[in-house]
Write a protein that binds this ligand. Structure first.
Ligand SMILES: Cc1cc2nc3c(=O)[nH]c(=O)nc-3n(C[C@H](O)[C@H](O)[C@H](O)COP(=O)(O)OP(=O)(O)OC[C@H]3O[C@@H](n4cnc5c(N)ncnc54)[C@H](O)[C@@H]3O)c2cc1C
Length: 533
């Protein structure tokens, strides 16, 4: 039995961020991680002999600059580089769209001059909403609490400050914000653009990790969610961490350790200890007990409340709502080792476009069909694939002359509609994804010399992502902001005193942001030390 101020369940990037801030505040922290490596979904692993890759999350943008600075992640070895080209959308008829600094508008104009003219105004509107989200990311949302205590008054002040911030937006920007929270991505984009490829490029962000048609209401929010990041000060850019996403979490672990946190891997937590209505520590799978004044959970909220908290310790109505927490991103992730770079029909040969997010989904209707097919049969014969080849930016991942690619495939059913197991279809669907890229870049299939396929079931088994949900819960309006993970608990505090959540199931949600970890640390420090960070 050991005593700590705080024990954290899970060493995902949010658990590590939280540990570093708690350590900075002088608290004695223990982090327990089920896997042999820290990092959760942000890890670099050797998936095939000689080839390493970011095996789950694969690209960086949302990681908050304040967290990078506070944790001194650069001093702990982190180096972020931008993609030379942001996105490349090939077609089969020789056309393509390239999005790159200073070149995007010309690319759009190849398809529609009207779209190119509207592009700046579109960006200004989206930026205004993304700026707001960026500001709100590092604060707990207003929390619905009852009574008239100091906490309630604090929440009212917070709500008033938000109202005031919204009042400072122009009417047009406010209307765009409202649209982005409520409309479908297709409706939102169709009011701006006419070209299929430009709508597909921007609409892809709305279906990443979001098992929905881009014509479904609420999907515009997911587009916005992917827009509040930056790389090295460049807003809405996406980039790469040298050494892969594991470089981010290794740097975070270094920062946490430097502030005194102890991190133990291969240490799965079985149960949260609740004594007289208060969390008092945890029990590990191996039977050991770690006692602490507070317990912070980095895992999906449904996993925490339905599997790790003892039955009977939670209010019945809370548990009933948590049971209906919606998980299931509908994604399949592949890592492939390549003997050569692909050559696309639309833009043959090597070039900067191969350092980009290569999106195979040439229209919003294509994405909708992929979703409809997945609902009906489990996956589509014409799937949505984003391919990134990080070895074009980073020579630490593959042997000289060879490459690694990440394939992020959207719209596979979280659970197969037939009730069959994903274990029986892993290879078949893996083959289909390779064949899909091969269709656009003939010869790709022959260049694949090794591969790893992670179905939604594998993502759950390997990383604890329930239903394979990459965000720890869908980013739908009923699961966002003050309602994440539930109205009344948006302040990172659970219904059990001393139990907190710091994972992506809390505001501002999924992605490698570090924000829930930062915000949860504030709540814990305020409760244990009576001060803010
Ligand atoms: C395939 C995929 C692709 C993605 N792509 C991107 C991307 O490119 N860019 C981006 O920004 N985001 C991406 N995301 C989303 C992002 O990776 C996640 O939202 C984020 O990493 C979640 O971080 P977290 O710290 O909240 O939780 P996690 O990373 O899920 O960490 C939770 C940790 O808890 C551990 N754990 C679970 N149960 C227990 C237990 N009982 N005891 C102890 N430990 C336990 C887990 O092993 C894990 O390490 C992707 C996610 C996936 C899965």
């Amino acid at each position: 039995m050991q005593a700590y101020d705080v024990v954290i369940i899970g060493a995902g990037h949010n658990g590590l961020t939280c540990a570093a801030y708690l350590g900075m505040a002088g608290l004695k922290v223990k982090v327990l991680e089920r896997r042999p490596v820290v990092g959760g979904a942000a890890v670099t692993e050797e998936f095939c002999p000689g080839f390493r890759n970011s095996v789950a999350a694969y690209t960086v943008s949302l990681l908050n600059p304040k967290i990078i600075a506070d944790l001194r992640l650069h001093d702990h070895g982190l180096r972020l580089v931008e993609r030379r080209v942001q996105n490349f959308l090939p077609t089969l008829d020789g056309r393509y769209l390239l999005a790159a600094e200073g070149r995007t508008k010309d690319g759009i104009a190849n398809f529609s001059h009207i779209d190119a003219q509207r592009y700046d105004a579109f960006n200004q509107r989206l930026d205004a909403s993304a700026d707001l989200l960026r500001e709100l990311a590092l604060q707990a949302p207003p929390n619905l609490t009852r009574g008239l205590g100091t906490r309630t008054i604090g929440e009212l002040i917070k709500a008033a400050a938000l109202g005031n911030r919204l009042r400072r937006m122009s009417t047009e920007n406010l209307r765009a914000l409202y649209d982005l929270f409520t409309k479908s991505a297709a409706d939102y984009l169709e009011q701006w653009f006419e070209g299929e490829l430009v709508k597909a490029w921007l609409g892809f962000d709305a279906i990443v990790g979001n098992y929905a048609s881009p014509y479904t209401q609420g999907t515009a929010y997911v587009l916005l969610h992917h827009a509040f990041g930056e790389v090295n000060g460049k807003k809405r850019s996406w980039g790469h961490a040298i050494g892969g996403m594991g470089a981010i979490t290794q740097a975070m672990a270094g920062a946490a350790r430097a502030h005194g946190a102890e991190i133990e891997t291969e240490a799965a937590v079985r149960e949260v200890i609740v004594e007289r209505g208060r969390a008092a520590g945890i029990v590990l799978e191996d039977g050991r007990t770690v006692r602490a004044r507070a317990v912070v959970s980095n895992v999906n909220p449904k996993l925490l409340y339905t599997r790790l908290v003892p039955a009977g310790a939670l209010p019945e109505k809370f548990l009933a709502r948590m049971n209906s927490w919606r998980n299931g991103s509908g994604t399949l992730r592949m890592n492939v080792a390549l003997s050569a770079l692909p050559s696309f029909i639309a833009l043959p040969g090597e070039g900067d476009h191969l350092s980009s997010g290569i999106i195979i989904a040439p229209s919003l209707r294509y994405m909708e069909r992929a979703y409809d097919d997945a609902r009906a049969t489990g996956w589509s014969r014409e799937p949505v694939v984003e391919m990134l080849i990080p070895s074009t930016l980073d020579d630490t991942l593959a042997p000289k002359g060879a490459h690694v690619a990440s394939l992020f495939c959207q719209h596979v059913a979280p659970e197969l509609p037939t009730g069959e197991s994903w274990d029986d279809f892993r290879d078949e669907v893996g083959d289909l994804m390779i064949a899909t890229v091969d269709h656009y870049a003939p010869g790709f299939k022959q260049s694949v010399i090794g591969r790893q396929v992670l179905t939604p079931l594998d993502l759950e088994r390997e990383f604890g992502l329930l239903g394979g949900d990459i965000f720890h819960g869908a980013l739908t309006l009923n699961q966002l902001f003050s309602a994440r993970p539930m109205l009344g608990h948006a302040d990172y505090r659970s219904p059990i005193k001393g139990l907190y959540h710091c994972g992506s199931g809390a505001h501002p949600g999924g992605g490698v942001t570090g924000a829930p970890g930062h915000n949860a640390a504030q709540a814990v420090i305020s409760d244990l030390k009576g001060r803010r960070i």
